[in-house]
Design a protein around this ligand. Sequence first.
Ligand SMILES: [Fe+2]
Length: 157
Amino acid sequence: MKQINPTYIQFLRDHFRLDWQGIHGAPHWARVRANGLLLAEQTGADAQVVEIFAFIHDAERRSDGSDPDHGPRAARLAQEINEEFFQLTSRQLDLLVQACEGHSLGGIKACATVMTCWDADRLDLGRVGIKPDPAMLCTQAARQQSMLEWAYKRSLL
Ligand SMILES: [Fe+2]
């Protein structure tokens, strides 16, 4: 089942405090989703969790600058709205919470689904002038030259 549907997008539009088209807005979320689904084919990540991560991990940002609590806030939001919008199992929700809470802390070790979420986000750093460093990525799939280049080109759009 497709996880990101018009009802959820409308919720995000109403909820998101920053520029919808900005560096932490919907175009970024769409690229993170695409990155994550490609990576998931190789990492064995739970694709449902990856898709929802893409469209929630920055949804609680209150600033496009430093906002160290936005990950934990996104994790809490995920727990609040799961039954309304996603119907994840408790195991999936736990993975989503871990992925959201830790996504901006720079960690590189976690389970496959969480690492795939983090890499999907980091592969989109070109939009803020940062070329992803393979040493800061979690998975072999993300460190492949072809993946790095594909995601980097898209991140500059
Ligand atoms: Fe992000």
